[in-house]
Design a protein around this ligand. Structure first.
Ligand SMILES: [Zn+2]
Ligand SMILES: [Zn+2]
Length: 202
């Protein structure tokens, strides 16, 4: 989709004519990050406190949820956000969801999904997990949503700061390659793990 998009170093783009809709497309990443960490820890503690789940399985499920999120993150980025749209409607949707981020990668108001959308989506996900897995969702879903928060933190660091000197540097370079060199490679943001497994390492 955005193999033809040239990244711009500054600026932003209006996505909707409607002022409210346009406002809803923007958020500072710190808002969903805080929200998701609170929701994750809240649900995990609730599950343990209410004895819906015991501590050790809860923590193992938390890790499984975290790992599952990194896989979903990879698959959605690679196959949904970077699909080749064949109609102008699909093209428009792909641009609004991800193309705009490739055109304005430094636009800090668009480094995270709008909170309204992400709260809606995560509520649906939690209910779906609860329906499918039963009470173990109180361990799995918090890991999943904290994984999302971790992804947002890494993504923010990559786009808002200069290359860090600690281990984040690997992730900084990895996502930089995706934006500035090969956007058909390096789809993992929170880890390059799935790029190794699915052979999309740059
Ligand atoms: Zn991308
Ligand atoms: Zn990015």
């Amino acid at each position: 989709m955005n193999t033809r998009i040239t990244p711009k170093n500054k600026g932003t783009k209006q996505l909707f004519q409607n002022g409210l809709l346009e406002k809803l497309t923007r958020t500072h990443a710190a808002v969903p990050i805080t929200l998701f960490i609170i929701i994750g820890i809240g649900l995990l503690s609730y599950g343990i406190y209410q004895q819906l789940i015991t501590v050790v399985p809860a923590l193992m499920l938390f890790l499984a949820g975290l790992l599952s999120f990194t896989l979903i993150e990879y698959l959605v980025h690679r196959f949904v956000f970077h699909m080749e749209p064949d109609t102008s409607l699909k093209k428009d949707i792909a641009y609004k969801f991800h193309g705009v981020h490739h055109e304005y990668p430094k636009d800090k108001s668009r480094l995270a999904m709008p909170p309204v959308l992400s709260i809606l989506l995560s509520s649906i996900l939690f209910l779906a997990f609860l329906y499918i897995m039963g009470n173990i969702a109180y361990g799995f879903f918090p890991g999943f949503i904290v994984g999302y928060a971790a992804y947002l933190i890494v993504h923010y660091i990559v786009h808002a700061y200069r290359p860090p000197k600690n281990f984040f540097r690997i992730l900084w370079v990895h996502h930089g390659i995706h934006h500035y060199k090969r956007n058909d490679k390096a789809f993992g943001v929170s880890s390059p793990l799935w790029d190794y497994i699915f052979r999309s390492m740059p």
